[in-house]
Structures are given as structure tokens and as C-alpha cells.
Design a protein around this ligand. Structure first.
Ligand code: FRU
Length: 480
């Protein structure tokens, strides 16, 4: 297929060429954010999985590195995590970076066995540059569960052991280990809780504090069964005592309601910051999206937190402040009253499809923000007050025919009860990420317009006033 440089994002990671899915092994070490990823270096669709590798000083400007892990006699290299083994518990060396991943044996799968996914180790003694697989692989053998994968490992301070959070078909299984090599089963969670429209994948478990109290968040990716179809990231808030996870309640919650954030997990070794990034696509059509010579991008990095709304405690996602380094001159309008339709393209100096838009209103009512081009294509997003939903409609935003599952209008509930709100929208060539109510609702949507959507209109039938609307073109190369 002809190359599509117009869809290449400026500040989202994409591999130079070929297929990418889940982020893997995210670890921060000596000033560098490492991002590994599910990668097939010989094709533009999913194939024998490798771990690709990219590095960044700020999670915004990325440098692709040589492939870190390639398939071997034990199978393909599926998703997993990485840790800094500060106390050399595994004996690979002081401060070794250790990757814990799933070996997926395609031969065993073909032969109809149920033990073709097992957990293995690899380590790096040169700060992530080169990797060696452990000779004793696999370290955690499959007990007979077909879907047995995506280990996320972290050090648990309370019990002074490593804890592995593993996706096991329709539940999470927790394991513990003193040395990353010997694993003991601790408990299971979730068979009857949360969303189960598909198989559970790519979990994560981490603490966050709210008003001085510590809670544990369990992320569970799910495919299919997402709130807008296909794959999505759900989460639970609760307590973890080193052995067992106990949720506060059984409400299903979503880290991102849009169709295009999946397999999202967080970076290891970032101190008190909890930094999240996901794959910006959906298994419903990821293999068909019209980009070339690469397929898929990652989301922007997001900083996670907790917030109480009513009696519920929610996870919040906000664009990581590092993204502010991209900004150039903002154009800000104040007290914009919208009744009917208002074209703001000229006043907002909108010329690029790579920009940030923010809208502030003291009284949130129904409105539509329309990003359009001269060819009549438009991406419509906004808020529907009667339904109390944010939405993004890409059905007229360009190419949609590559998959019957692509066109459509995605919705997300508004969780805040405040009268006003601030919306932040990150656009980057072929994607938008919406953050509302200080991160209570996040939505990610990709689209493929035939010409950049640089005109900006606001529509509101009942009438809405925005105290502030701001447009900031984003530069592709941050000053760092
Ligand atoms: C999630 C996933 C993982 C698996 C990987 C294979 O998108 O299906 O469960 O490890 O992708 O590429």
C-alpha cells in the first residue's frame, strides 16, 4: 500500500515500519523511559511476536531502538513487564533490568494443548540496551489454562517479595516470589466481578493515595467487551494485602471509554508518580487501519490518580505534564457565547491537525465541537446533556470502509456532578484523546480524514458559554 505520512503522529510513538500492539516492559531507569512493545518486524499485520524497543527522556520524544527480544524454541514473545532488580534477588547482577514475559508456543497451540503459554525471564546488564534470556525458562509453567499470560511484576514493600499479577482467562491470579524465578500461587480474583465480554488480558496492580489513605488499583484489559465495542481497559479500586485483592465494590469502571486505548499499563520505578500508556487501537480493526508502512501508535503518557465523586472512588487520567514541552503559542479566546453554530477557525488560528484544544465552561450544556475539512469530512465530539454523556463521532471523519466495525459514535458517561468543566483534547494527525472533569472521563478515538481537519466549529442548540477556549499547535520536536 502507498505510504501515509499524513497519518504519522508527531508526539505519539509509532515504529518506523511494521506492526505494533501492546506496550510491554515499561520501566524508568537512569533518566530514561523504556517502552517495549509487541512487534512483528516482517509484516503489517499481527505475526510472530517480538519485543520492539523505544527510549525517551520524557515519554514524548521517542527514539526507536533495536529489537530487544525475538522468538525462540519456546515460542513467540508475548506481553509482560520489566523491573529494576535493585537487590539482585534473581542473581543476574546488581541493578539488572529483568523482563518477565509470556512465551507463547504456536506449535503447542496448533496441536491443541492447553499449556502453550508460560512465563519466562530475560535480563539486561547494560541499562536495557541488550537482553539475554534466562537459561531456566520458563519460570512459571502453565497448569492447564489456555489463556495464561501478560505477567505484570512489582516489588511489594509490605511482604518484601515480588508479586506477579497474571491474566488467567476470566480472572486474575496473583503469585509471589523472593527471586523472580520461583513462583507461588497466592490467590485469584474477579471470576464473577467486572466486565466479562471477552478474555482478561494485560493486568496491572499498583497503589495510589487519596486524602492520605492508600488504595490499590487493579487494571484489567478485556477483549472483546469494551464499553464501545472491542477491546478496552477496566479497573477495580480496592485493597491488596500482599496476598489477596479485595475490591471496594463490584462496579465496573473504565480507565478509558473510547474505542482506541487498549492494553494500557503503568511504568515501573517512577517513585510516587503513576504513569500510564496504552496501545492506541482496537482488536476489532487494528489489522485493517489504513496506515503504511506502520500499523498503530501508542497513546500519550497519562498520569493516574484517584478522586472521590459521591460515594465512589474513581481512577483519574490526565495528560502527563511532560506534554507541555511540546506547546508553542496558545491562542486563547474568552467568553465565547455559542448559540447555533459558530466558526472559530480564524480566531483560533487553526492550521494544523497536531494541536491541543481546551474548553472551559462554568455551566456545561449540550454542545458539539466540529473538526472539519474542505472535503466535508468532520469529526464531531462534545457533550449530550439529556444523556449526560461525552461523545466522539467519527462516522463522517474520513476513511471508514476498511472495517464494518470502525464507523460510529462512541459515548462515555459524565461522572462529575459539578456545574462546569474543563475539556482537554490532544489531536495528533489521526487521533484525539479527550480528558474531561480533571481526568474523571477519558476517551481515545482514531480517525483517518482524507485532508487534515483544521477548521473548528462549535454548535449548541440550547446555547452554551465558554469562559475560555484555547488552541495550541504542538511541535513535533520538544526542546529537551
Ligand atoms: C493483548 C494481547 C496479549 C498478548 C499479546 C499478543 O492485546 O492479546 O494478551 O500477550 O496481545 O500480541
Amino acid at each position: 500500500p502507498p505510504a501515509t505520512p499524513q497519518y504519522r503522529p508527531a508526539y505519539h510513538f509509532t515504529p518506523a515500519a511494521h506492526w505494533m500492539n501492546d506496550p510491554n516492559g515499561m520501566v524508568y531507569y537512569q533518566g530514561t523511559y523504556h517502552l517495549f512493545f509487541q512487534y512483528y518486524p516482517d509484516g503489517m499485520t499481527w505475526g510472530p511476536m517480538h519485543w520492539g524497543h523505544a527510549t525517551s527522556p520524557d515519554m514524548v520524544s521517542w527514539q526507536e531502538q533495536p529489537i530487544a527480544l525475538a522468538p525462540d524454541s519456546l515460542g513467540y514473545i508475548f506481553s509482560g513487564s520489566a523491573v529494576v532488580d535493585k537487590n539482585n534477588t534473581a542473581g543476574f547482577g546488581k541493578e539488572a533490568l529483568v523482563a518477565i514475559f509470556t512465551h507463547h508456543d504456536p506449535k503447542g497451540e496448533k496441536a491443541g494443548t492447553s499449556t502453550f503459554q508460560n512465563q519466562s525471564l530475560a535480563y539486561s546488564l547494560d541499562a536495557g540496551k541488550t537482553w539475554k534470556k534466562y537459561g531456566g525458562n520458563p519460570v512459571l509453567k502453565n497448569p492447564g489454562i489456555k489463556d495464561f499470560r501478560d505477567p505484570k511484576v512489582s516489588w511489594n514493600e509490605e511482604i518484601k517479595t515480588w508479586v506477579m499479577t497474571l491474566a488467567t482467562l476470566d480472572r486474575i491470579t496473583f503469585y509471589s516470589s523472593p527471586n523472580l524465578k520461583d513462583w507461588t500461587k497466592e490467590s485469584e480474583f474477579g471470576q464473577k466481578l467486572g466486565a466479562h465480554g471477552g478474555v482478561w488480558e494485560c493486568p496491572d496492580l499498583f497503589p495510589l493515595t487519596l486524602s492520605g489513605k492508600t488504595y490499590w488499583v487493579l487494571l484489567v484489559n478485556l477483549n472483546p467487551g469494551g464499553p464501545n465495542g472491542g477491546s478496552a481497559t477496566q479497573y477495580f479500586v480496592g485493597q491488596f494485602d500482599g496476598h489477596r485483592f479485595t475490591p471496594l465494590n463490584d462496579q465496573t469502571k473504565w480507565a478509558d471509554y473510547g474505542p482506541d486505548e487498549y492494553a494500557g499499563v503503568t511504568w515501573a520505578n517512577t517513585g510516587n508518580r503513576r504513569l500510564f500508556l496504552g496501545w492506541m487501537s482496537n482488536w476489532d480493526y487494528a489489522n485493517q487501519v489504513p496506515t503504511s508502512p506502520w500499523r498503530s501508535a501508542m497513546t500519550i503518557p497519562r498520569e493516574l490518580g484517584l478522586r472521590q465523586e459521591g460515594r465512589e472512588i474513581y481512577l483519574t487520567s490526565q495528560p502527563a505534564p511532560e506534554l507541555n514541552r511540546l506547546g508553542s503559542q496558545a491562542t486563547t479566546l474568552r467568553n465565547v457565547a455559542v448559540k447555533g453554530s459558530l466558526d472559530l477557525t480564524a480566531r483560533l488560528k487553526s492550521t494544523t491537525a497536531t494541536h491541543k484544544l481546551t474548553l472551559k465552561t462554568a455551566q456545561l450544556g449540550s454542545f458539539e465541537l466540529v473538526l472539519a475539512n474542505a472535503a466535508g469530512e468532520e469529526l464531531v465530539l462534545g457533550y449530550d446533556k439529556p444523556a449526560n454523556q461525552y461523545f466522539i463521532d467519527r462516522s463522517k471523519a474520513g476513511q471508514v470502509s476498511f472495517s464494518p466495525k470502525f464507523a460510529g459514535r462512541a459515548t462515555a458517561p459524565r461522572l462529575s456532578t459539578a456545574a462546569g468543566t474543563e475539556l482537554t483534547l490532544y489531536f495528533d494527525a489521526a487521533s484525539v484523546e479527550l480528558f474531561a472533569d480533571n481526568g474523571l472521563t477519558a476517551m481515545t478515538d482514531i480517525f483517518f480524514a482524507n485532508k487534515p481537519l483544521t477548521s473548528i466549529k462549535l454548535r449548541s442548540a440550547p446555547g452554551t458559554t465558554f469562559q475560555e477556549i484555547s488552541n495550541t499547535p504542538l511541535l513535533s520536536k520538544p526542546a529537551s
